[in-house]
Design a protein around this ligand. Sequence first.
Ligand code: ATP
Length: 335
Amino acid sequence: MKTDRSDILTCLRSSGDYVSGQQLCERLGVSRTAVWKVINQLKEEGYRIESVPSRGYRLVESPADVYSESEIASRLHTKWAGKKLYFFESTGSTNPDAKRFAEEGAPHGATVVADRQTAGRGRRGRSWESPAGCSVYFTIVIRPAFAPDKASMITLVMALSVAEAIHEVTGLDTGIKWPNDIVVNGKKVVGILTEMSMTPEMNEIQFLVAGVGVNVNQNGPADFPEELRRTATSLKMECGKTVDRAVLLERILARFEADYETFERSFCLSGLKQRYESRLIGRDAAVRVLDPAGEYTGISRGITDTGELVVEREDGERTLVYAGEVSVRGLYGYV
Ligand code: ATP
């Protein structure tokens, strides 16, 4: 039943005009009654669908910010990103779900989406605040043909895709705080967590999962827990408008698919570096590197083709900072 809904919505949406009941039945191999039932269900959910006896059905308007498997699937025009979609109203965390599906054979690009996470995760065992009804949480499975030492670059590819998708949908000026946070007006709106699973021989990547959390429609600081109010924000708080999550997710997946393919041509960031650096926060400014082996300060000088942050120390020597255990801060605050 679910697939019929997505398929019918996809047909109506992609046609943009009337589609006859007969055409829908033939295309989807279902009965007239089944089509009629789905159309009624969609109408009940707030989709405005016109039906004209001799012409068929036409999708006039979708309700604002519907976030469901059918709504997301009917918007996607990707080749592989999100083609296989799993949608949960609520889950612990989309990263472990995606890993489980990948273990069971989910294809490259399979994507787990949730409306809410009860145990959203960040790097180094940190948590990601994941309330229902206002954010985008998803994890995409990647089956790469590259060596494990290239895996950390995927976080940067995703950061670029998400930063540009947000800019496209909202007009907001998004910055990237190396390697994995997206910031608007000095506050964090996106977290990204990439994890890798190795083959039993530990010499090849079995799959990667890249998880993304975007604060989208929180209304104000009161929608965040006390400890995040100073550093976190949402797209709505910054652009003043409710943002359609399905539209945003579609843009992110489409951009990630294209950016990943660019990355795959060279297995480095050379084709994306310029765009990434144009959004890099704190470039040519002083940064503090919170390295567990010892903190230090220096001037951020951009990234290398393989995604390390270049930090110029006081003596002029350039240090490459590897993502992983390290956080970077501006000298006087979070960015
Ligand atoms: P940094 O590099 O800045 O130290 P990180 O990359 O290690 O951060 P992440 O794993 O990206 O951190 O995110 C987890 C952190 O983000 C949490 O410790 C918390 O401070 C903050 N956080 C948790 N939930 C949210 C949210 N919904 N919006 C913004 N920030 C959040």
